[in-house]
Design a protein. Structure first.
Length: 265
């Protein structure tokens, strides 16, 4: 028989206890999630503040190091300071207060006018951040030919499986292929090392005497960081074979020597 001796208040307490047992884990989970979110947000804010302090310190260090060099009476010292200034804009670490000094150099020192103008442009790019977005990876360019396109996809698969080669972004046909295979990219220390790995792998596939070309002056705004972008242009002298390796271009057969006494054609 049901127990009718319990009061309404006792039954209310029992139901409340059951609800509490169900809700307590949910509440604890919500509190833990809120704590984690708040802590993560606070950590990010601290990281941003630390990064801003680090940048401020680097800019101040550049200010104290470059200012005496920029106002020096020694032309090579001024030239060196301008070059360092341009390099530091790539890291966004040059102080804005030096721009007026550089403008003065541009106006009063003709021998440094071109360098000073380049430094001013680099400073403007640093402050505006107007750098073009250039996709990274390795782009394969082949002659405008169905066979080369098909064989280029075989080479693409070989490059994808090679260790240390950047991501392959596809094969494209071009109307004007160079005679000699070329690797075009944006020269800097990191990209040079990666380009060397690409060249070594291609040499193992029979692509010899690969030329390199710097794309920086053509596509990269002054003061912008060089992207990890590589263009492999397959030369007409070493087209891609069916196995993806280089094969010599078809050559005309040598002329047959004429019999003695008969003039050559």
């Amino acid at each position: 028989m049901p127990d009718n001796s319990k009061s309404t208040f006792d039954r209310f307490l029992e139901r409340t206890e059951k609800f509490a047992n169900i809700l307590l884990p949910v509440i604890l989970a919500l509190v833990a999630g809120l704590y984690t979110y708040t802590k993560h947000h606070d950590d990010r804010e601290l990281q941003k503040q630390q990064a801003a302090r680090d940048l401020s310190q680097k800019q101040y260090a550049n200010l104290t190091a470059l200012l005496p060099m920029l106002v020096s009476k020694d032309p090579p010292t001024v030239s060196a300071a301008l070059q360092v200034y341009i390099e530091e804009t790539r890291k966004k670490q040059t102080p804005e207060s030096l721009k007026g000094v550089i403008l003065n150099i541009q106006q009063t020192q003709p021998e440094h006018r071109a360098e000073a103008q380049a430094a001013v442009q680099a400073a403007e790019l640093q402050s505006t951040g107007k750098c073009k977005s250039i996709p990274g990876g390795l782009f394969l360019q082949v002659a405008n030919d169905q066979e080369q396109l098909k064989n280029g996809k075989v080479l693409q698969d070989l490059l994808k499986s090679a260790e240390g080669v950047p991501p392959i972004q596809g094969v494209q046909r071009v109307d004007a292929a160079p005679q000699q295979t070329q690797l075009r990219y944006y020269f800097n220390e990191d990209n040079d090392s990666e380009a060397l790995r690409i060249i070594h792998y291609l040499e193992a596939l029979g692509y010899k005497d690969i030329q390199t070309q710097d794309l920086s002056s053509r596509y990269l705004n002054l003061g912008c960081p060089p992207p990890s972008t590589y263009e492999l242009w397959i030369g007409s002298q070493s087209p891609i074979g069916r196995d993806g390796k280089a094969r010599p271009a078809l050559l005309r057969p040598p002329p047959v020597p004429s019999p003695p006494g008969v003039p050559s054609p």
